[in-house]
Design a protein around this ligand. Structure first.
Ligand SMILES: Nc1ncnc2c1ncn2[C@@H]1O[C@H](COP(=O)(O)OP(=O)(O)OP(=O)(O)O)[C@@H](O)[C@H]1O
Ligand SMILES: [Mg+2]
Length: 475
């Protein structure tokens, strides 16, 4: 595989283009859910830290203030026991207080909550000036951050009180919240992923079924349809349109195969007819001609010879006419020799005579115009079949045939005022034997690049329009 792409963006687009719809949807949802969860956790962590700092320093200052005021007298009276009591009670009743200790005016520890003495360096870590109300120090310990408040007692004359606030409790509440948020995000994410899987299943299953059906039709199995089990949404509409298309392909295929069968049959019938005609008519006539000539060979009487020659001439004439009729039925040579309009004209004259019909013919814009020969023969055959149908089915009193050219468009119209028929039932009906006139007409017009339209109604009769667009270069 060669990926010839310049940037990462293009590669992602290239790979995404190759991925299935399911991968695309999940590929969007999973990172979003993970990002949302992590983002929430980081936000909560940040907020908790900010809150802890504000809350703990405020609380620490207030506790230190209270201790400073309560311890001043006890220091002056050197009541160590009461000072210890005060320190122990403060630690005991304030969950967030990690330690408390009191220094006297000389900086010696007079009471502390550690029991075994202060950790190293803590005593002088946060020195407050006597003029200051308090001083704050954040100490990073292995137990986490400690917010240390140092406050002078009695303007520093009695010493200093130090209160260390721990963020442990607040952070543990934050941790619980983060766990809950992550859990909720996880559950929502899982539900989202399941919904996405379901959604992709609902979306892709009909599409997969349509792909499978299209492949079957491509193989020639025109009866294949999509099941349409899913709701009444756009995919259902697509499926219905697909099935409709498959239906018309199937009908077209049936019509085509039926037409081919009919053409082959017609061809065979025609051969039989020509063979019969040649045998029964032409051969007979030629045999008579030969016998006549033989008798003429042995004739001596000039009068007899004259009469025989006249008879033979008549026979020859009749044979010629038969051959002419035969060749005309095979292919209207007038179409090749004179052109479309005279050929149609001649055919209509025959129809008038044979079917006793009143036919009106107009040709417009056709002077000196020769169309491609396959279009000419198509128009001729459409007119032929349409008029045969009128004679057979329409019970019409007037028929009109129009042939016109406007620019690139060439239109043949055959209109009757007969009984009409139900077009839908003809198009939808399965192709039956000997009912291929209209199907064949449509097929022939389409094959030569034209378009056929039929209108029919009981009151008005039937109109057949066949239209072609011809490249004007050939005019
Ligand atoms: N001009 C018309 N007026 C009334 N009915 C018509 C007309 N043309 C066709 N029909 C109806 O449509 C049907 C189908 O016509 P179509 O030409 O396909 O078949 P057909 O004429 O019956 O047989 P064939 O295959 O020999 O042409 C006819 O049987 C007839 O009922
Ligand atoms: Mg017909």
């Amino acid at each position: 595989m060669i990926i010839n792409h310049k940037g990462l963006g293009q590669t992602i687009i290239f790979l995404a283009g190759k991925a299935s719809v399911r991968t695309k949807i999940l590929g969007m949802i999973i990172p979003l859910v993970v990002f949302l969860g992590l983002w929430n956790a980081v936000q909560i962590q940040g907020m908790a830290r900010e809150m802890a700092e504000q809350q703990l320093t405020k609380q620490g200052i207030s506790i230190a203030g209270e201790m400073a005021s309560r311890s001043a007298d006890l220091i002056f009276t050197n009541d160590r026991f009461a000072l210890h009591q005060l320190v122990n009670d403060t630690v005991k009743y304030n969950e967030d207080v990690r330690y408390v200790f009191i220094l006297d005016g000389l900086g010696n520890v007079v009471a502390n909550s550690f029991g075994n003495g202060l950790p190293e360096g803590l005593q002088f870590a946060n020195m407050v000036n006597n003029e200051e109300h308090h001083k704050l120090l954040t100490i990073n310990t292995e137990e986490g951050l400690i917010y240390d408040v140092a406050m002078p007692i009695f303007g520093g004359k009695a010493g200093t009180v130090r209160v260390g606030m721990t963020e442990k409790a607040i952070l543990s509440i934050a941790d619980t919240s983060i766990t809950k948020v992550l859990l909720a995000t996880g559950i929502v994410g899982l539900v989202g992923i399941m919904a996405a899987i379901f959604l992709t299943f609902v979306l892709t299953t009909p599409i997969k079924e349509m792909v499978a059906a299209a492949r079957e039709i491509e193989k020639g199995n025109y009866k294949e349809r999509v099941p349409l089990w899913w709701g009444r949404d756009e995919l259902h509409e697509l499926g219905m349109a697909f099935n409709k298309m498959a239906g018309s392909l199937e009908r077209g295929y049936e019509a085509r195969t039926g037409l081919i069968k009919k053409l082959i049959n017609a061809q065979e019938e025609e051969r039989k007819r020509i063979a019969r005609e040649l045998h029964d008519e032409t051969s007979q006539s030629l045999t008579s001609l030969m016998i006549g000539l033989k008798t003429l060979e042995h004739s001596q009487e000039p009068a007899e010879i004259k009469q025989k020659v006249a008879e033979l001439r008549q026979l020859t004439n009749k044979t010629l006419e038969e051959i002419h009729d035969l060749s005309l039925a095979l292919r209207p040579s007038v179409l090749d020799d004179l052109g479309l309009v005279p050929a149609i004209n001649r055919y209509l004259q025959d129809c008038k005579r044979n079917f006793n019909m009143d036919i009106d013919f107009h040709a417009q814009g056709m002077e000196g115009v020769r169309l491609p020969s396959e279009v000419e023969i198509s128009i001729y055959r459409v007119v032929q079949e349409a008029l045969t149908n009128v004679a057979k089915h329409a019970k019409a009193t007037a028929v009109s045939v129009i042939l016109e050219r406007q620019g690139e468009a060439v239109t043949a119209i055959v209109e009757d005022n007969g009984v009409g028929f139900d077009l839908d039932s003809i198009w939808k009906s399965p192709v039956k034997e000997k009912r291929l006139g209209l199907h064949g007409m449509q097929e022939r017009v389409q094959l030569t690049g034209g378009h056929l339209t039929i209108e029919s109604s009981p009151e008005i009769g039937t109109t057949i329009y066949a239209q072609w667009r011809i490249n004007t270069d050939i005019w």
